[in-house]
Write a protein that binds this ligand. Structure first.
Ligand SMILES: N[C@@H](CCC(=O)N[C@@H](CS)C(=O)NCC(=O)O)C(=O)O
Length: 199
């Protein structure tokens, strides 16, 4: 039975999962969840994702939710895709940047994205936007330093790249100036040139 990804095509969180899946080359089906219509709050959908969010992956009786967990799952299930390094020391570095994407970058970018996409301009919480515009450049500075002299975040391509790129593509739309972060912008271009970026 094919894996099923519960997703929303415009979601950066969904794109994290899609990138990982596409990099494996494995077949999967997509079910678009109607967030604006409230489908995510139905008890039927909450039996897939207990918090009523996307993305979630169903794989032959296994349910995985949280985009980072989906990335780890597909990386482990399909080792030939080499989305995780072999040594524990190198995997530790991947895990650090994977969690950086979620615990740091997304905790600012997610609320900023919500204000920009789901609120009318005169209803936006400017404090949320100002907080992110202050903190995200500091996070980008750390990522930029990490990428110096590297093709991808830990050197070889990994799920850390899948976790970080989608929200950073979106950063200019929430008022983040990417120009000072040359290593990040060059890496984003490399990410966009991979066939998986179309997923
Ligand atoms: N940390 C979660 C975030 C998931 C998330 O917040 N997804 C949003 C869409 S981007 C969602 O489903 N929101 C539900 C809603 O708006 O009710 C992940 O990475 O999977």
């Amino acid at each position: 039975m094919a894996m099923i990804l519960y997703d929303v095509s415009v979601s950066p969180n969904g794109k994290r999962a899609r990138l990982g899946l596409a990099e494996t080359g494995e077949a999967y089906e997509t079910k678009e969840v109607d967030l604006l219509g409230g489908e995510q709050k139905t008890s039927e959908y909450k039996s897939v994702h207990p918090l009523g969010r996307i993305p979630a992956l169903a794989d032959d009786g296994v349910l995985v939710w949280e985009s980072g967990a989906i990335l780890q799952y597909v990386a482990e299930k399909f080792p030939d895709a080499q989305l995780l390094p072999a040594s524990l020391a190198a995997r530790a570095e991947v895990y650090s940047w994977l969690h950086f994407a979620e615990a740091q970058m997304h905790s600012y970018m997610g609320p900023m994205g919500f204000q920009m996409l789901r609120r009318a301009p005169d209803q936006r919480d400017e404090k949320v936007l100002a907080r992110g515009r202050k903190r995200v450049p500091q996070l980008l500075q750390a990522l930029d330093a990490q990428l110096a002299g590297k093709e991808f975040i830990v050197g070889d391509f990994s799920i850390a790249d899948c976790a970080n790129a989608p929200w950073l593509e979106f950063a200019p739309h929430v008022g983040i100036d990417m120009e000072p972060f040359k290593n990040v912008t060059a890496w984003l271009e490399r990410m966009k040139s991979r066939p998986s970026w179309q997923a």
